[in-house]
Design a binder for this molecule. Structure first.
Ligand code: 5AD
Ligand code: SF4
Length: 447
């Protein structure tokens, strides 16, 4: 028996869904090497932090964690920092936190086994990428955490270089997986008992077929046709590469969810140009018009940054007016945070912190009103919900509509509580700005 077989690890993840899914793959490949995953730092021999550096606050979290647990090194525990902060800070992490023995960016995860041997010998190990790699991290061992959704990374890295964004520097250049490997993974997920799939990529629709036959849209259609699949989602789409063909494929594919996440970032063409987003306000609105022309109603969500350097009150008002025009079903809103290595860090006319906070509050209040009306429209409808969890204390079961809206529902007397991952029909009876409330219909679950 090798010593790895006695070793335990704990992994904590920060950041986006890509990171959460990377952790599932890292954990799976460690388990396949004989390590055992545990749920607390105390039980672990090896502690992994899978980190995010999208905004300064996210980055600081990992250094707080490392500081909190520094004393555990004396008990022989080893620390590994992986993910975006690892790639960004590299060996500087050893200076800031000398108790760390492994630092690895996401483009080097396939080399983790060798790195673990190295730290087992008491050496330090690093796996850092210089945007050269064309490797993707594919493993047949994925420790899937979600009981109802299987994630598949179809494209890693980012070649977009938006002026504010750290991702091209932390996740390396774009590498797309082959259609066959994506479809194989989809079939495996179904065999494992899941019927919902989410395709992932920093720019999921920049996916480029290594064999040159498919577009992102036709890949999406293929995934939707895998037998046994009921719901397919995809994030994140970049407006520059969002085609009419994607909408046609959504129209033709009943398993493809009624939702598009299309980050706009700003409603002002001037700011979009400064951000190097490669589209104008009008081009973004043109894509929204395509989505609105779909045969079934698709929900649209977005990401918005306020307080980008040089953003005037007029620019900000253009973002508010774009929100009025589009009537988003949901937004993720952020205050601009200067990031190392990015072009925006040297830009003039920084917006003061208090002003960023004011704009963020105005923006969120504006969206709340839009969403209050948007969610209210569903009252009275009967919709399909996927069951995402077990019954809350209040007696409600958490579910989600195909439009990606949370729908918590009660169960009629005498009806069994539906299993996580099953689908039920629910009548919507109330709406909040961020969730719907309903009653499950007495009929049996649709699956
Ligand atoms: N500051 C604030 N928000 C950012 N995002 C990306 N970089 C930054 C930054 N430097 C936001 C964008 C992106 C989302 C994932 O995070 O809106 O779409
Ligand atoms: Fe954070 Fe971006 Fe890295 Fe995801 S890709 S973990 S959001 S920095």
């Amino acid at each position: 028996m090798s010593s790895e077989q006695n070793k335990t690890f704990f992994i904590e993840t920060f950041g986006c869904q890509m990171n959460f899914h990377d952790s599932e793959k890292v954990a799976g490949s460690l388990v396949s090497q004989g390590y055992r995953q545990v749920q607390t730092v105390e039980e672990a021999d090896l502690i992994f932090y899978n980190t995010c550096s999208i905004r300064d606050k996210a980055e600081q979290k990992v250094f707080h964690r490392l500081n909190d647990y520094k004393k555990l090194q004396k008990q022989g525990k080893q620390f590994a920092v992986i993910g975006c902060v690892a790639q960004q800070e590299g060996e500087r992490i050893f200076e800031r936190a000398p108790h760390v023995s492994l630092v690895a960016g996401s483009a080097s995860y396939s080399h983790l086994p060798e790195m673990l041997v190295q730290i087992g010998r008491g050496e330090r190990a690093t796996g850092l990428d210089d945007r050269q790699t064309d490797e993707t991290f594919e493993t047949e061992f994925t420790a899937r955490v979600s009981p109802h959704r299987g994630y598949i990374t179809i494209i890693e890295g980012c070649d977009k270089f938006c002026a504010y964004c750290v991702v091209p520097y932390t996740r390396g250049r774009e590498r797309s997986r082959t259609v066959e490997s994506v479809l194989d993974e989809a079939r495996q997920i179904v065999q494992g008992g899941l019927t919902e799939i989410q395709l992932l990529g920093q720019n999921v629709n920049s996916w480029a077929d290594p064999e040159g036959k498919h577009t992102f849209a036709t890949l999406l259609a293929e995934v939707g046709r895998v037998p046994g699949i009921r719901r397919v989602r995809f994030t994140t789409s970049h407006p520059r590469h969002f085609t009419r063909q994607i909408v046609e494929v959504l129209d033709a594919g009943p398993t493809l969810c009624d939702h598009v996440h299309l980050p706009v970032q700003s409603g002002s063409t001037r700011v979009l140009t400064a951000m190097q987003r490669e589209y104008t306000r009008d081009e973004y609105l043109e894509r929204i018009a395509w989505i609105r022309q779909a045969k079934r109603e698709l929900s649209i969500t977005t990401d918005i940054i306020v307080g980008f350097p040089g953003e005037t009150e007029e620019d900000f008002h253009q973002t508010l007016s774009l929100m009025d025009e589009v009537q988003f079903d949901g937004i993720f809103s952020f205050k601009y945070s200067p990031r190392p290595n990015t072009p925006a860090i040297t830009m003039q006319d920084a917006i003061p912190e208090e002003e960023k906070t004011r704009r963020l509050n105005v923006l969120n209040e504006h969206q709340r009103e839009i969403q209050r009306r948007n969610y209210q429209r569903h009252v009275g409808q009967v919709v399909e919900a996927m069951v995402e969890g077990t019954q809350h204390k209040l007696g409600q079961v958490p579910g989600r509509t195909t439009q990606n809206k949370p729908l918590n529902f009660t169960i009629p007397e005498g009806v069994a509580i539906p299993a996580v991952g099953s689908y039920v029909r629910v009548r919507v009876i109330r709406a909040h700005p961020n969730s719907l409330v309903g009653e499950m219909l007495a009929a049996e679950p649709t699956q």
